[in-house]
Design a protein around this ligand. Structure first.
Ligand SMILES: *Cc1c(COP(=O)(O)O)cnc(C)c1O
Length: 570
């Protein structure tokens, strides 16, 4: 099974989470979906990669929501043996002074175009390990700082060693976010100079040689979001893995900052949108941070009705999404609209099933689904309930919401409770529903079945955002704050609409929520809803704009060709 993958050189892609398929819960949100789309595109394009992640046997979590909007969680257990093959090797890493054995599973990600990519799912649930060590790879983003650091040791150090033990030929490493940055320390150890040739002040490691091997993609536009560990914990768990002076030089004096370590150890560093790269450069002066804007996987994020439509009019679009540039001329408007209505029916059915509410297919649906966390501001639309109600009285619309809050994000959980409160308050005037259990499957139904895809993050916290790109593949225009990818994607009135102003310098430009809410209401009331109601032809032109000018560009094929040309081949 492995043999076909160890013949040639590969790019080793490390990510704490990867969304492999809907029923494998090894992801929490956008980062994992991006990692999955990265591999799906690499498979379609036959780019040789090997992915390394944790098996996360208990998944992220299964979301339950009570009548009041209170979220509770249960394990989302899955059985790796049903989907993957046991790996024929195991390696040891030292954690807290003892050997922890790491093996895992080979999952083969198959492209519907025939490409195959190996994914190693690291697992410490082995007889050799102590009971608590067997749980290190159980819960994605679960546990305390010590648990997280152990996971990151397994991912970075264990992953690198397992690749070696399995005979993979790694051409370059790609660190998707800082969680796997300890990998660079393992590489430093492999590139240590013989101690007897060193003079005082010499680095004991060939740092440039390691930097040449590493690429780092950062996803965090704020210091507070970076993965950091106190050195006291690091010294206890990691031993003297590399010499302390080198570690502090590369990862920070005060605490071990994974982002800083990854930045220092990678010759190629990029942010996930142009705006995000600007923000990152400001956060890390002196570093050369480039931009490769995220994209989504064409086949995975296009609903079945739209796949059929594109297949009929733009054959080859799945391998060459640039074909979608022609969608405005090649797809009759009437067919585009009918196809959208099919996708919308699907969403209406889902809402009936899950929420026991009947939506009206003739009334526009505003869709909003994201991780429920403060900066995403899922409550912004409800900032002024009376105003919202007044708009709906003149021009009716419906709202579909979904999203999970991290189990320890109390603010995020409070937001879901607030949303349930708004649903109740508005029940006589606006149909608003919340679909529990946001995942890849409901995600696709949401982005394809809505009429308008809403996005209201606090600037500049949205590094890229990807759900809006998925909407574009289904002809659903975005109505979004100008942050992340939308700074590049928005052509006002052509691909969708902006909420408020852009702030060109990328400086911290968060305006008061009230301003953004007012801008949102104004745009909805004066531009978006009237166009939908009074000018269907004009509306369909915007749907075409989303496909032609957004989907043709913001896809993971373009993204991977960029990574190949700019980062991997150098
Ligand atoms: C696409 C996706 C996300 C990311 O969406 P954003 O717009 O970046 O917030 C999160 N979760 C799921 C299940 C997704 O499919």
């Amino acid at each position: 099974m492995l043999r076909e993958f160890i013949r040639n050189e590969r790019i080793a892609y490390f990510s704490m989470e990867i969304a492999l398929q809907n029923d494998i819960p090894t992801y929490s949100g956008g980062l994992g979906v991006l990692a999955g789309d990265t591999l799906r595109s690499a498979a379609d394009l036959q780019m040789p990669m090997v992915a390394v992640t944790l098996v996360s046997r208990l998944g992220y979590f299964h979301q339950h929501i009570d009548e009041e909007g209170g979220q509770s969680e249960s394990a989302d257990t899955w059985a790796p043996e049903k989907y993957a093959h046991p790996l024929p090797a195991k390696v040891a890493v030292v954690i807290d002074g003892r050997d922890v054995w790491v093996s895992g599973w080979l999952y083969v990600l198959e492209s519907y175009l025939g490409g195959r990519q190996p994914v190693l799912l690291l697992d410490t649930d082995l007889d050799e390990n102590r009971a608590d060590d067997r749980q290190i790879t159980d819960r994605l983003y679960g546990g305390d700082a010590a648990y997280r650091l152990k996971q990151e040791i397994v991912l970075g150090v264990g992953g690198a060693r397992l690749l070696h033990a399995l005979d993979f030929h790694v051409r370059q490493y790609h660190l998707n976010e800082g969680h796997s940055a300890l990998l660079t320390l393992e590489l430093l150890r492999r590139h240590a100079y013989p101690a007897d040739g060193l003079r005082p002040g010499d680095s004991p490691y060939d740092i440039p040689a390691v930097r040449e091997l590493c690429n780092f993609t950062t996803h965090t536009p704020v210091e507070a979001g970076q993965d950091r560990f106190p050195y006291e914990l690091v010294h206890r768990l990691l031993d003297d893995f590399v010499d302390n002076d080198t570690l502090m030089l590369l990862a920070g004096r005060e605490e071990l900052n994974m982002t800083r370590l990854a930045m220092n150890m990678s010759d190629y560093v990029n942010g996930v949108a142009k705006r995000h790269a600007e923000v990152s450069r400001r956060m890390f002066p002196g570093y050369h941070v480039r931009a490769i804007t995220n994209g989504v996987h064409p086949h995975s994020w296009t609903s079945i009705p739209f796949r059929k439509l594109f297949d009929a009019h733009l054959p080859g679009w799945c391998h060459e999404p640039e074909q979608l540039l022609r969608a405005d001329c090649c797809i009759p408007k009437k067919e585009l609209w009918q196809t959208h209505m099919e996708a919308k029916q699907e969403l209406v059915r889902l809402v009936e099933e899950r929420c026991h509410v009947s939506l009206d297919v003739d009334v526009p649906i505003l869709g909003f689904a994201r991780r429920m966390t403060a900066y995403k501001r899922p409550d912004l639309l409800f900032y002024d309930i009376e105003r919202l109600r007044a708009i709906a009285r003149k021009q009716p619309f419906q709202i579909v919401l979904a999203g999970k809050a991290h189990p320890r994000d109390e603010q995020g959980k409070q937001l879901i409770r607030q949303l349930y409160g708004y649903i109740r308050q508005l029940s006589d005037d606006i149909r608003v529903v919340f679909i529990p259990g946001y995942n890849m499957e409901t995600g696709l139904k949401l982005v394809s079945g809505s009429d308008i895809w809403l996005n209201t993050p606090l600037k500049p916290f949205e590094a890229s955002g990807t759900s809006g790109m998925k909407a574009a593949f289904n002809g659903v225009p975005n109505l979004s704050v100008l942050d992340g990818w939308w700074v590049e994607g928005c052509i006002e009135g052509v691909t969708g609409w902006a909420i408020g102003e852009s702030c060109d310098d990328g400086e911290s430009c968060d305006v008061a929520n009230g301003n953004d809410a007012a801008a949102l209401y104004r745009k909805l009331e004066e531009v978006v809803l009237p166009l939908y109601r009074d000018n269907r032809d004009g509306w369909i032109s915007v749907m075409q704009g989303a496909i032609c000018k957004n989907a043709s560009l913001f896809n993971s094929h373009r993204m991977m060709r960029r990574y190949a040309a700019d980062a991997y081949i150098r």
